[in-house]
Design a protein around this ligand. Structure first.
Ligand code: AMP
Length: 210
């Protein structure tokens, strides 16, 4: 099954994508993780993306569409995938359609802005594999060390409060219109995401299977 996880920054898309991809044995493809990796490696895409990311703005469509296209062409995505953080604009959704990529379901994880702002300060991400954690709601077993790969777990530069506000504004302006886009195509299912992580996972899996 080919799916899109949609939601504001910090709504828990990444965490839920990690749960569901293990359950269904399909890759979770996060353009944010790929871009952070590109920045770390100093690639052309990384250089083009860094300033936008640090400010909490969207990276230009052509840069993100390019890296996404290469990624979904890989063998492990043949039996399905979860797109986490893509598309983020209507132009990106149209690019997917033009590439002939079939989307079966779009799962929106809905969390109000004030709950997101409160959550973000505790969010942490692994420098190695990109797994996401939260100091209160999803701590690592050993403080500061990723459970999955043993690399260091850090706060993202763009999780600073002022950048979070910029990212939320960008989400409402540029990404939220995708809800209507996929609703009108009969693909959108909304899951309430403000409860415990395990409860959101239960609702997410039910929405996928339902
Ligand atoms: P994320 O980890 O999904 O929150 O993404 C982190 C940052 O990467 C975003 O704030 C954007 O600057 C950039 N980014 C990730 N995915 C996209 C996308 N589909 N389109 C544009 N920019 C993106």
């Amino acid at each position: 099954m080919n799916m899109i996880f949609l939601g504001a920054p910090g709504a828990g898309k990444g965490t839920q994508a990690e749960v569901v991809c293990k359950e269904l044995n399909i890759p979770a493809i996060s353009t944010g993780n790929m871009l952070r990796e590109a920045v770390k490696n100093g690639t052309a895409a990384g250089l083009a993306a860094k300033d936008y990311m640090d400010k909490g703005e969207l990276v230009p469509d052509e840069v993100v569409i390019g890296i996404l296209k290469d990624r979904i062409a890989r063998d492990d995505a043949k039996n399905g995938f979860i797109l986490d953080g893509f598309p983020r604009t209507v132009a990106q959704a149209e690019a997917l359609e033009k590439m002939g990529v079939r989307i079966d379901k779009v799962i929106e994880i809905d969390v109000p802005d004030d709950a997101i702002t409160a959550r973000m300060s505790g969010r942490r991400v692994c420098e190695g594999c990109g797994n996401s954690y939260h100091i209160k709601f999803k701590p690592t077993k050993v403080e500061g060390i990723c459970d999955a790969c043993g690399a260091k777990v850090v706060q993202r530069i763009d999780d600073k409060p002022e950048t979070v506000q910029a990212r939320l504004k960008t989400y409402h302006e540029k990404t939220a219109p995708l809800k209507d886009y996929y609703l009108s195509r009969g693909k959108l299912v909304t899951v309430q995401g403000q409860n415990e992580i395990a409860e959101t996972s239960r609702l997410t899996l039910a929405a996928i299977k339902g």
